[in-house]
Design a protein around this ligand. Sequence first.
Ligand SMILES: O=C(O)c1ccccc1NCC(=O)[C@H](O)[C@H](O)COP(=O)(O)O
Length: 257
Amino acid sequence: MILDKIVNHKKVEVEKQKQEESLDDLKRIIKGRDNTKNFKAALKDQGMSLIAELKKASPSKGLIRDDFQVVEIAKEYEQAGARSLSVLTDYEFFRGSLNYLSEVREAVELPLLRKDFIIDPYQIYQARAYGADAILLIVAILSKEELAEYLSIADDLDLDVLVEVHSRKELNIALEIDTEIIGINNRNLKVFEVDLATTLGLQRLIPDDKVIVSESGIRNRNDIELLSEHRIDGVLVGESLMKSNNITAKVQELINS
Ligand SMILES: O=C(O)c1ccccc1NCC(=O)[C@H](O)[C@H](O)COP(=O)(O)O
């Protein structure tokens, strides 16, 4: 499965990164960083909040956007009304970069989610050092103990956490570790199919005090309207924005009711 392949690659990548930039180096950088911006509050603003993703390529689609001026796109997302941004920092499978995170941090005021496959506490410090306000933790690739430990480290670093689930079993784990923000991934990573019914089915099982994000496969206004009939606070959208010739118009199609 693709997740196994990504995780195996990530383990090697992280060990290499630790040689190039130590945890102490990251802690020194973090000391000089401003306070984080409130990702959770941005999701809870009235109406459907858009997390607009900076995604050049993906395992399911290959190259999505050739003309990938990351800072320009981030500024356009912000101007158009996105409430936060998701920055893919994985290079091998998504052609992302940690440097994109720091470049975008300098250019916009919106909260930033580091979108990567976090399998080691080192990457949480890295996220904070490079300018993230929130991280993604994927239940499918972490044990319950790791999830609890990583949530606690993120909390110490003032980072919000989007905990991603795709099934009822994974949702139960997210609820057991008492996370505040739950992302329901509509993409089945075994066969790469997306189905918004995943969100509709799982959101019913989530207590009212949680913040809910629907992720992947959200293409147009109809999809947003369908999700808006349910208790969804935000949507995470990558491909349909990245493929658009007019990003501003596409953002506004998604968010303007
Ligand atoms: O997008 C993929 O092909 C993919 C493959 C393996 C693991 C994760 C993957 N996507 C990460 C995401 O969660 C999406 O980038 C995000 O939800 C936005 O999805 P979309 O709007 O469908 O680009």
